[in-house]
Design a protein around this ligand. Structure first.
Ligand code: ATP
Length: 869
């Protein structure tokens, strides 16, 4: 049998049993039943069980289990049972957190599954790429990722980048001709396309020949390890910090262990105490708290139209100091309507054209022919710029499909934001006519004649000046201008970029794309937050300046430059200049990379938006690459770290604000955990140095650290978004979270908790009963840490942020409070947890002392905020 590349497209269609109308629903269903979904098999995920058992791999847990075993050997079965219960409960808690976090990250991932356009039932439909079946007709345009292998049926200047398969970074130009040879390498199969490659230029139609693991990449790929989420820089540094801290604490524990032995305490008792102190002091949950907070946070952001693709982006979001944003569709609505037309050397409002006059009608016809958009049943398909032209046609009862069917297209060069032009060749009145539309500044140099109602004349300098003047006056009103030109084309059925010359000018069409309502406020909020908004657009400088002024991005026209001006600057010069520029017009994707780099070299963290295939390198270069969810190509989405589902600039600003809050919440949760641990260490050190009895039984420390601690930490991580974060300047990305100020805060807050606990301990000791003393110390440490959860919500006083605004902190507090009282008062538990029966007065003391760190903390915050004012 012949290979696919050897056969003609007709033979392949017959073999795969598909017509030009595509498959019907029955075909699709049957094929899906036989071949399954178009998916590469993913690496297997650990089951919930495996996750649960994974919790026991932690070094501290292993030490605890050894301790439990030793207790068992020594006949202390009670301790063994308690330790095992605590360890198992801790593992359950860890598993629930892990599974919950994975679920929300999965939901996030599901929002970004790739889509494909296919022809089915004679209609173009967009489907999830997983649903592609063998025999489907795939429609490809520039910027599409290819998600199946297939044979080309139609190709218009189709270039495909196959670097992921062949390593060749240059795009390959494709054609539909069969290839005779049998053994051809992937790179030489010019009439086939493959999963994992993407379209850089042109358009084409492909019949799918293989899906899923049967594709070329499926055959060579190992199992995809998509299940694994990389750790974020913050998590890595926390892990690192945790390791160092663990080392330090182990030393302290060893010292305490030795001192205890020296003072004549029993070996096992001393050992158990040292182990539990280690568990109490080492913040093993740091990294997992960050994961769960990030997972919940990103889910919330997705609901607000910002889908985070790379978790580490959330951390950088709070440090963004420059947003480079596209104009069209991001700052503006991307709803274009034609306003003015310049034809036959006159400016005419859009609704006063006269189609009786052939030149005016011809301009509209050209606008419909050199155009891929359509409008049917009030549904618009295609580029908004072109839709505006279709609507103009409708206004004069010229239907785009009717016009196109009577003047069929024979060749085309699609629109490209680098060239800023689009050309088609149409068969009109027995003649082939090439129509070119695009930016006037690019087109004008290719024009040699001008069409008027009096005939066609060579274009004079005066004509050019007049056209440019009209173009400028349109642009100054914020209008986007398209120029139209044509010529008779006698070449064969293909056209090249070089053919775009010796054209005859017909006219200009100017359209309005109003700024989005939210843009102005979002720009204001950016500036207040110390973030510089910059407009980067392919549009004309004057149009861009007019819109930028309306939304407050630019004050002075000198803040706008054009892409070509960048070309004359060295990187160093651009760096110096970039800070004073708010609008970059007529920019190509290559300029975008230089602009991002210049800002970055000046020490900024840059968010950059993009939609086209050529934007991918700039999106990757930016610290936060932001792709458009609606108009963005699959390639741009793939290169980005965040996708806007509404393409809206204000969503970026909201995401930054969310990113800032999330980072603060994570920081507060860590502060809560570390300061509580520090409190416990201070008490133990105090007792050891003064030679007092041991303040806590091991089980007390395990209870606090493994059971009542993580819920408040998560609750703090879920603190509602604080709008005030957008009044601060961006966080310096190089300032480590665990800096001097933070460490001092941990120590001071730990001291407050420690002092309360020591007072409670000493009161207990005064009764002469060490069990009462340790019970009072335990209860105070536990309760003061639970109450301290409210302190850690914000650097502001709780009365300012609202006592009840975070219901999770209340829930976490209540669960901890009830658990503590269960341990203190349920008779069957008091023995197990080694607690004495407390009197009402003692309990009252415990409440008061536990409240003390909270009072001091809040008093300080109230004063601090006042003095700041
Ligand atoms: P942004 O980068 O802000 O999205 P943009 O959408 O205005 O900018 P492009 O789409 O690259 O940038 O358009 C640049 C210029 O190309 C426009 O000013 C217009 O003159 C021309 N142009 C835009 N769309 C088309 C099209 N479909 N056909 C021909 N020319 C076009």
């Amino acid at each position: 049998m012949l290979e696919y590349h050897q056969q003609s497209s007709r033979e392949i269609m017959e073999m795969l049993d598909v017509t030009n109308q595509g498959l019907n629903n029955d075909d699709v269903q049957k094929r899906q039943e036989v071949y399954g979904l178009n998916k590469l098999v993913e690496g297997k995920r650990p089951s919930t069980f495996a996750v649960f058992f994974g919790q026991f791999k932690d070094l501290l847990v292993i030490i605890l289990m050894i301790a439990a075993f030793i207790s068992f050997l020594l006949g202390e079965v009670g301790s063994t049972i308690v330790i095992m219960i605590v360890v198992i409960l801790n593992a359950i808690l860890g598993t629930v957190q892990h599974v919950k976090a994975e679920q929300s990250l999965d939901n996030l991932k599901a929002l970004t599954t790739p889509v494909a356009k296919v022809m089915r039932n004679n209609q173009i439909v967009e489907i999830s790429s997983e649903d592609i079946v063998v025999g489907d007709l795939l429609l490809l345009v520039a910027g599409d990722y290819i998600n199946a292998d297939g044979r080309l049926l139609e190709s218009h200047n189709l270039d495909i980048n196959e670097s992921s398969l062949t390593g060749e970074s240059l795009a390959v130009s494709k054609s539909t001709d069969p290839i005779d040879e049998v053994h051809v390498t992937i790179g030489d199969k010019r009439n086939m396309v493959f999963t994992g490659s993407f379209v850089t230029n042109g358009r084409g139609t492909v019949v799918v020949t293989a899906i899923g693991m049967e594709t070329e990449i499926g055959k060579i790929a190992n199992l995809l390890d998509t299940a694994k989420q990389k750790k974020t820089p913050l998590q890595v540094s926390l892990d690192h910090f945790g390791e160092n801290l663990a080392l330090g604490i182990t030393m302290i524990c060893l010292a305490i262990f030795t001192i205890d032995l020296f003072r004549g305490r029993e070996l096992v008792e001393s050992f158990m105490f040292a182990v539990s102190l280690a568990v109490a002091a080492i913040p093993e949950a740091l990294s997992s708290i960050v994961t769960i907070v990030l997972a919940f946070g990103t889910q919330k952001m997705a609901k607000e139209n910002a889908i985070i693709r790379k978790l580490y982006a959330v951390e950088s979001l709070g440090s963004v100091s420059v947003i480079c944003s596209d104009k069209t569709g991001t700052l503006t609505e991307n709803k274009m309507t034609v306003q003015q037309v310049y034809v036959d050397q006159k400016v005419i409002p859009y609704d006063l054209l006269n189609t009786e006059k052939s030149i005016e009608k011809n301009l509209i016809l050209m606008a419909l022919l050199c155009n891929d958009a359509l409008e049917r049943d009030q549904k618009e398909i295609g580029d908004p710029t072109e839709i505006a032209l279709v609507k103009l046609g409708k206004q004069y009862e010229l239907d785009e499909l009717f016009v196109r069917s009577h003047n069929p297209r024979v060749a085309e060069i699609p629109f490209d934001s680098d060239r800023k032009l689009m050309s088609t060749v149409n068969h009109i009145n027995e003649q082939n006519i090439m129509i070119t539309k695009g930016a006037l500044d690019v087109l004008l140099s290719k024009i040699v004649k001008i069409d008027t109602s009096k005939g066609i004349f060579p274009i004079t300098e005066e004509h050019r000046k007049k056209i440019e003047e009209v173009n400028r006056s349109f642009s100054m009103n914020g209008l986007r201008v398209l120029a139209f030109a044509y010529k008779e084309f006698n070449g064969n059925q293909t056209i090249e970029v070089e053919d775009e010359k010796d054209l005859i000018f017909v006219g200009l069409i100017a359209m309005m794309d109003p700024p989005r309502k939210e843009s102005k406020a979002a720009v204001e909020s950016c500036i207040a937050a110390g973030i510089k908004p910059v407009m980067i657009t392919g549009d004309h400088k004057i149009t861009a300046t007019a819109i930028a002024k309306q939304i407050g991005i630019l004050d002075d026209p000198s803040e706008a430059i054009e892409g070509y001006e960048i070309e004359g600057l060295t990187d160093q010069q651009l760096q110096e200049k970039v800070q004073n520029i708010s609008v970059f017009a007529r920019v190509t994707p290559e300029h975008k990379i230089r602009i991002v780099k210049a800002w970055q070299d000046k020490g900024n963290v840059v968010a950059m938006t993009g939609d086209g295939v050529n934007d991918a390198p700039a999106l990757k270069q930016a610290d936060i690459g932001v792709a458009m969810g609606i108009t963005g190509t699959e390639v741009a989405k793939d290169a980005s770290s965040m996708i806007l589902t509404d393409d809206n600039f204000s969503t970026i600003v909201k995401a930054i604000s969310n990113g800032r809050s999330l980072y603060t919440n994570i920081k507060n949760a860590i502060l809560f955990l570390l300061s509580g641990n520090a409190g416990a260490i201070f008490v133990v050190l105090y007792a050891t140095v003064l030679g007092l009895p041991v303040p806590f039984a091991p089980v007390h420390l395990l209870f606090i650290n493994l059971l009542t601690d993580s819920l408040p930490a998560i609750a703090i991580g879920l603190e509602p978004h604080n709008k005030k974060t957008m009044k601060d300047k961006p966080r310096n990305i190089h300032t480590p979270l665990l800096n001097k100020k933070f460490t001092t805060q941990v120590i001071l807050e730990g001291l407050l908790i420690g002092i309360s606990t020591i007072i409670a301990f000493r009161m207990g000791l005064a009764t002469g009963d060490t069990l009462t003393a340790s019970t009072m110390a335990f209860a105070t440490l536990c309760l003061s840490r639970l109450i301290h959860g409210f302190n850690s919500r914000s650097k502001e006083s709780i009365f300012k942020i609202g006592v009840f605004t975070n219901k999770y902190t209340w829930l976490a507090f209540l669960i901890g409070f009830v658990s503590l009282h269960a341990v203190l008062f349920i008779p069957s538990l008091t023995g197990v947890f080694e607690v004495a029966t407390l009197s009402g007065v003692q309990l009252a003391y415990i409440y008061c002392l536990s409240f003390m760190p909270f009072l001091v903390n809040q008093w300080y915050k109230v004063l601090f905020v006042r003095s700041k004012k």
